[in-house]
Design a protein around this ligand. Structure first.
Ligand SMILES: *Cc1c(COP(=O)(O)O)cnc(C)c1O
Length: 404
């Protein structure tokens, strides 16, 4: 991995989104909470529509908005921090992670085959299984944490246009070897798209490792405060133009709103600081849980017991993130009891907020899911998922201790 001296990643997080100062010299960027933009005259409007120079810079907020563009620059600066030609890349912000994922996949895999990881985020998996086939795409699922299986699948489907995976996957926190899979994709003329929501660019830089597109639910760590739903995508501008991704966003209509974009940009400014603490707290809690008699197994890429700890150490920087899953010895009932006893930890789905969120998939998110599907996804009766917050770590441990 290359390292850069200046500016640091922390500075890029704070200054990466900056645009021109506004007419009043506001220190914090204003929120351009507007649907449309006024043209000076007919000519400037006409030029804007033709993408000609000298035209109005903005037309309508479904196409582009200055507040949204600030967020796009901020995310792009972080996801391209270690790539060779950062100026060749661009970011696109969306109204949700699913809008970014679906718009990205629809534009990149048009009428082609997709090889997808077999334990993806639930809605991504549902989109690929239930919507994509009706849109002319075919999909096959493999365990992408095994590069050999990806290679076999590519041989079976030489027409593959897109490989889709999560850099750190839910709930077993499996890691895929992005570098090796990106090389396979190159060799087969396919693209690699990586959901980097769990890891964030603080820990994993998929574009540096060779991925073609990186996608996010900014709802999670990038926004960071549980106050918005949003998504983003970063890739080479040329690729997104060639694939028509900008047109798809305009016509499917999934762009982010200005208020949410502004909150997300603010969140990004503290991403490195927050991730440092999420990671430190999670490491300590993972070690503590591993020694707890009521805990059967802990899934955390930073532990030696994680089957891919070595790969995680080579793919991840600055530690291993803030997500932990663990299996209770007492099964389903122990899970329910823990959920009802926690006080500091908040009982909620989602992740990546400043506060600690806890959930028990078997009785909550996956209560109505078929046994077979749960088993395939690694959701067992006593599995608990913890999104470790940045509270004092001793307070989180005290709460878990009393609840266990
Ligand atoms: C939450 C999440 C999504 C979906 O994002 P939304 O913002 O809820 O639409 C996609 N991938 C991962 C890994 C997620 O955690």
């Amino acid at each position: 991995m290359k390292t850069k001296t200046k500016p640091t990643f922390a500075s890029a997080a704070i200054h990466g989104g900056k645009g021109k100062p506004d007419q009043y010299g506001a220190h914090t960027s204003p929120i351009y909470q507007t649907s449309t933009f006024v043209f000076k005259d007919v000519e400037s409007g006409a030029k804007a529509f033709q993408h000609e120079e000298g035209g109005a810079s903005h037309i309508y907020s479904r196409i582009g908005n200055p507040t949204v563009e600030e967020l796009e620059r901020a995310i792009c600066a972080l996801e391209t921090y270690y790539v060779d030609e950062p100026e060749a890349y661009t970011g696109m912000a969306f109204g949700s992670g699913m809008a970014a994922i679906s718009t990205g996949i629809i534009s990149l895999a048009k009428e082609g085959h997709i090889i997808a990881q077999n334990d993806l985020y639930g809605c991504t998996s549902q989109f690929l299984k239930e919507e994509a086939p009706g849109m002319g795409m075919s999909v096959s699922f493999v365990d992408t944490s095994d590069v050999f299986l990806v290679e076999l699948e590519l041989k079976k489907h030489p027409e593959t246009k897109l490989i889709y995976l999560e850099s750190v996957a839910n709930p077993t926190l499996k890691i895929s070897d992005i570098r090796a899979i990106a090389q396979l994709a190159e060799n087969h003329g396919a693209l690699l798209m990586v959901d980097n929501t769990f890891a964030t660019p603080y820990h994993i830089q998929p574009l540096e490792l060779g991925a073609h597109v990186v996608v996010h639910s900014t709802t999670k760590y990038l926004g960071g405060h549980g106050s918005i739903v949003g998504g983003a995508l970063v890739a080479r501008k040329e690729l997104l133009e060639e694939k028509g991704t900008f047109l798809y966003r305009k016509n499917l209509g999934g762009i982010a709103g200005p208020m949410d974009a502004w909150l997300t940009t603010n969140g990004i400014k503290t991403l490195p600081l927050r991730m440092k603490q999420h990671n430190e707290n999670a490491m300590e809690i993972a070690r503590w849980l591993e020694n707890h008699p009521k805990v059967d197994h802990v899934f955390y890429p930073g532990l030696d017991s994680h089957p891919q700890h070595k790969l995680a150490s080579s793919v991840m920087r600055n530690g291993f993130g803030g997500m932990i899953s663990f299996e209770l010895t007492g099964g389903y009932q122990a899970g329910v009891s823990l959920m009802n006893k926690v006080e500091l930890c908040t009982l909620a789905v989602s992740l990546g907020s400043v506060d600690t969120l806890i959930q028990h998939p078997a009785s909550m998110t996956h209560a109505v899911v078929d046994e077979e599907i749960k088993k395939a996804a690694g959701i067992t009766e006593g599995l608990v998922r913890l999104s470790v917050g940045i509270e004092g770590v001793e307070d989180i441990i005290t709460d878990l201790e009393q609840a266990l």
